[in-house]
Design a protein around this ligand. Sequence first.
Ligand code: XUL
Length: 527
Amino acid sequence: MALYLGLDSSTQSLTAVVIDTVSGGVSQPWSVNFGADLPQYGCPQGFLPDPDPLVRHADPRLWAAALERVLATLRREGVDLGAIAGISGSGQQHGTVYLRRPFPGTLARGETLADLVGRSLTRPTAPIWMDSSTGSECREIDAALGGAAEVRRRSGSSAVERFAGPQIRRFAKTEAERYTRTELIHLVSSFMCSLLLGKSAPIDLGDGAGMNLLNLAAATWDPDLLQATARGLAARLPATVPSTACCGTVAPYLVERYGFQPGTQVVAWSGDNPNSLIGVGGWRPGTAVISLGTSDTYFAAMSTPAVDPQGCGHVFGNPAGGFMCLICFKNGSLAREHVKDEHGLSWSQFDVESFAATPPGNGGRLLLPYFVPEITPVVLRPGVVRRGDADFVAGRDAAASVRAIVEAQALSMKLHSGWIGETPAAIRVTGGASRSDGICQVLADVFDASVERLEVGNSAALGAALRAAQALEKLPWDEVSARFCRCDVARTLTPNRRNVAVYQALLPAFAAFEAEHREACRREVSP
Ligand code: XUL
């Protein structure tokens, strides 16, 4: 028996799965929900409520408390943590944690990991990927490098509001004294990995590419990007490593409290999207992946690295080697939930009845789902825009609103993934909403591709466990995928030819609607 633990510290929860590389088994998932299980941290949806829609921070003590809680649950449920050979993990991307010094390998008697984090922070909160407050810092970084195209060429992305670099710049500018006291800046992934190790963990190339600080070609921090971001930044960043690097063994406090063996290996953590790429078996080019979670993301392994000339897309490191492309939509599951709750629908009414009651294309009724500021395309002023008959525009038609939001999300993905230059024949879907046949059929028809679902869910946590196993047992990636990432063939959906034609005709109208709205927003800002 060789057991590996995968942990996924996502926006709203922390999930654990255990895999067995001898039997090929995958455990049930165990999850801690940040809002429901740890309400004392005041983050009902994973972030601290803020009246400014552009500001989204979380309390890093919450993530540490969730780690202890999930490990305690595993122990209570009879998982033999002493038999775990290796651990890796997945973190929501881009969020940054600011520390006075690296963590010690020991805890005082009765001290929790959350206490340790609390006394180590120089900044009490961590900006997360949902934060869009750094527009001016993005422009400053672009200008310092001679333009957005140069930032893209080096880092794989234009300077982007939620990325670590612009966030660090804003902190250094607005809280200079605290920045001076900061010795170490971590991503969520490397921060969580540090808690497991009891010392500072490196940043892997998968997640590190989401910072606007890494030079993709050189696979190391880019001195000009560091300089354009904040003074003395190089000394405050951990080293970079490939995602397969083993970073050390679990901290003594985890051995004492949870029964791990002292030599249990910890493999570098990565971002949730790079982990999901592995967890769905999408590590080699040819299969695109759509993750329907708090954020909706579209990503794929890349045969040749390309950058998005429009500036919305990104290139990250593929944990299996090479690169992956990604586009991210902030109005994902929270937007779908908003429509569901607004109309008092159950999930089955949302998923089954609404799609049955409305035709593909929604009779021309269109919606732009910017419940919160959007990342792709960049729309900083929130607001839902509708076009169609009076009932729909007034938000009185529940079924048409459901179809409209799902079609808008799928059409927007199609529209903004063109720069990748590869038309996938198959798309693997993951994340909570991938259970919905209604949503998956719209994706199949909009992309004219079959939509495949996996036998095992929780792709980020699974991907982390698979990365730990691959790194420590030196397994070939195709063997890992063949054993653990099988599709549930009976649930594959294929495109319907008539609907494909409807969406091909609708895409230009949707693109024009989106462009008009963006132009209106632009005119409002600079008339
Ligand atoms: C990707 C992104 C989100 C977060 C949270 O660029 O911002 O997908 O990783 O899931």
